[in-house]
Structure formats: C-alpha cells, structure tokens
Design a protein around this ligand. Structure first.
Ligand code: 4NP
Length: 153
C-alpha cells in the first residue's frame, strides 16, 4: 500500500493517487496494490481537489470525484508500506512524524524517475508539468514495487 503526501493534498498528491490507481488497474493489480493521499498541513482539510488538478486529470481520462483533503497521522505509518512525498519538505515532515526510520519506505516520488522534486503547481501554475513528472514517478514506483515482489503480483 502506498500513501502519497504533499503540502495541501489538493494539487500534487491527489494527482499521484489517481494516476497511480489508474496505472495499477491497467496492470491488473488493483487487488494487491492500494493507494491513498494526504497532506502535511491542515490548511485545506476537507477541501476537494484543486480544479486545475481535476482538469489535468480529466484531460487524461482520469476522475478524482469524491476526494477530499486529509492530513497524515501517526497511524498511517502502521498502514502503508511506502509513504512518498512530492518534495524535500514533505519528506522531512514524514520522517519527523515516523515512529522509526525503518517502519516503512519513505522517499520522494521523483527518486523513481531520475531524482528531483515535483515542483508545486500551486506556485508555478504549471499543472501539465506536474502531471508529467508525477506520471513518470508513478510509473517508476510501480515498476519498483513489481520488481521487488519478483513477479507481476
Ligand atoms: P499541494 O499544493 O501541496 O500540491 O496540494 C499546495 C496547495 C496549497 C498550498 C500550497 C501548496 N497553500 O499554501 O495553501
């Protein structure tokens, strides 16, 4: 199980959640790989996905209907195998909250696609760029999970 994390849980991590879920479904792995997304901040708790993220997802045929922002909790560390931030600040926050350094895999999404951060479109306004980066990161992450299992399931 994978938990995607960003600052507000309204722009980047919901894109990651819905893109990754779509990829997993297309790979026929929905029964064994689940995912969700959450925020480090309390700024947008209960808010729906930012309309600009919703639009870029829709452009790629993916719906995010019903998603509302929630904040990461300590309990998440017992429930997820991978807790994946979009940028360094997200990852620092995740590590601060973690009960131990080896309780689960903690990292940044772009580590699975050559490195770097997912630039925050809340500030850059570039939701297409964020989508493309997230899509590459999710593809790399899915391949890594499949490789780790040693087979398709
Ligand atoms: P996200 O983007 O972390 O990708 O959801 C942001 C959303 C809201 C804010 C910052 C980033 N904000 O400052 O309210």
């Amino acid at each position: 199980m994978v938990l995607f994390v960003c600052y507000g849980n309204i722009c980047r991590s919901p894109i990651a959640e819905f893109v990754f879920r779509d990829m997993v479904a297309k790979a026929g792995l929905s029964d064994s790989i689940e995912c969700a997304s959450c925020a480090t901040s309390a700024d947008h708790l209960g808010d729906g996905v930012d309309p600009r993220s919703e639009r870029v997802l829709a452009k790629h045929g993916i719906s995010c209907a019903g998603k509302t922002a929630r904040r990461i909790t300590r309990g998440d560390f017992g429930n997820y195998d991978y807790i994946i931030g979009m940028d360094r600040r997200n990852l620092e926050y995740i590590r601060t909250l973690a009960p131990s350094p080896d309780c689960c895999r903690m990292g940044m999404l772009m580590e699975y696609a050559g490195g770097g951060e997912v630039a925050d479109p809340w500030y850059t306004g570039d939701f297409d760029r964020a989508y493309d980066d997230i899509e590459r990161g999710c593809r790399g992450l899915l391949h890594a999970i499949i490789a780790e299992r040693g087979c398709g399931r």
